[in-house]
Design a protein around this ligand. Sequence first.
Ligand code: T4K
Length: 433
Amino acid sequence: MAASPDSAPPKSAVTVLEINICNGCIMNKQINQVETLAILGVPPAFDQPLHVGRPNLGSRQQFNAYIESIWERRWLTNNGPLVQELEAALADYLQVKHLILVNNGTIALEIAAKASGLVGEVIMPSMTFAATPHAFQWQGMTPIFCDITPYPHNIDPTQVEALITPQTTAVVGVHLWGMPCNVAALTEIAQRHNLRLIFDAAHAFGCTHNGRFIGNYGDAEIFSFHATKFFNTLEGGAIATNDDHIAAQASAMRNFGFTGQDQVGFVGTNGKMDETAAAMGLVSLACIDDFIAVNQRNYQAYKEELADIPGIQLLPFDEAERNNFQYIVTEIDETLTGFSRDEMLRVLQAENVLVRRYFYPGCHRGQPYAASPKHTPVPLPVTERVVDQALGFPTGTAVTPDDIQRICQILRLLVNINSQQRQLLKRHLIKKL
Ligand code: T4K
C-alpha cells in the first residue's frame, strides 16, 4: 500500500531526508528510519488506535447471565440485590467498614464532601482531573490549589499549612496514578488544624499504602469505576470510610436524603448505582487479578524498553506495595530527547498511539479557576512543569508487550536521530500545526 499523493510529505522534506515511501516497508513497517514515521505521511505503525483507558472487559457470558437475572427480577435500581452484593464484596476486598456504591466518582466526591460537613475552602492539588475541584466548586465551596511533589505527583504536605485560613475545612489528597499521597503528613496536619481529610482515590482502587488498602485512610476516600478505569462498572464510583456517621449520611444522601420511607432527613442527590452497573462490577471483580497481572506485565515491558531511552522517565510504582499499574506515566525531558512532550505526542498519535497529556494544562489554568486568583494564592512551579512534561501511554488488556516494543521503537528512533533530521522533523511538525 503506497501513501496517497495527498498524504505524502512536502517535497523539501522528501529531498533532504531522502524519504523513500516504498510498498514493502509500509505494510509491516520497520520503525528504524525517520522516513518510516507516519507524521511524514506514510501509514501508521498500528492499524487500530491504541487508547489510554480502553476498557477491560471480563466474561461476556457472565455479564449476560446477570442481565438475564435482572430481567427476571424486574429490579433495576434503588439498592438492588446486585448493588448490595457488589458493595459487600468490595468492602470485603478493601477490608473497609463501609463502602457505598454510587453512580460515578464525581458524585462520590460531592457526597463525601457533604457527608463530611465541608463548607468554605478546601485545599487540593491542581494536578488532577477536573472532576476533583468541580465536585467542591459545584457545591459552593472554594478549591484552593496547592503544589505537588516531583514524585509522586501528589499534594505537597509541606505547602499545605501555608494555605490554611479560618475558612478552610478540609484537605483533599489525590492518589494520582494510584500512587499514595503522604498520608501520615497530611493526617498530622489535618488533626492539628481540626480539618477533614478526604482522599480522591479515583485511580487507586486495589492499591495499598503501608500494606493496607487505599479506602481506609482519612475521613473518607472515593473511587471511580468509570469505563476507563482498570476495574469498571461502566459508570460508577464509591465512598469508602471507617466512620459510621459519614457512612450513614452518605448512604442517605445518595438517595435524595431519605432516612426512612417518606422521611427526608437532609438534602441529598441521586447517586444511586443501577443493577447493570453492579453486574459489570461483579464481572470485573471476578477478573481483577488478571487485569492487574496484565497491567503489571505491561508496566514491566515499558520499564525494560524505556530503560535505555534517555529523557523519557517512567514514573515507578513502589513495588513493595500492591499496585493496579493502570497508569503508565512518563516525564519527557526535552533537553535529553530533543523533542518536547507535545511534539512526541503528535508523532505518536500519527502512529495511532493515542498518548494523553493527563492533566494538561492543570486545573488552576482552566475555568472557572483561572478567572479568580483566590483559587491559586501561591505559585505552582512543580505542577506547571509536570503538566508540560507528563505523557500517559496505553496499557490494559487491549495492549500487548509487542505493541509496547513497537511504541518504544518509535521513541528510540526519535531520541536517536541526528540533529539535521531532528530539525527537519520539527519543521514538519510546525507546518502541520
Ligand atoms: N478524580 C479523578 C482523579 C479522576 O481521574 C476522575 C475521572 C474523577 C475524579 C471522576 O470520576 P468519574 O466521575 O469519571 O467516575 C476519563 C474518564 O471519563 C474519567 O473517568 C477519568 N477520571 C479521566 C482521567 O479520564 P477521558 O476524557 O480521558 O475519557 P475519553 O472519553 O477520552 O476516553 C479515554 C480513551 O478510552 C479514549 O481514547 C477512548 C477509550 N474509550 C473510552 C470509553 C469511555 C473506549 O475505548 N471505550 C469507552 O467506553 O476521561
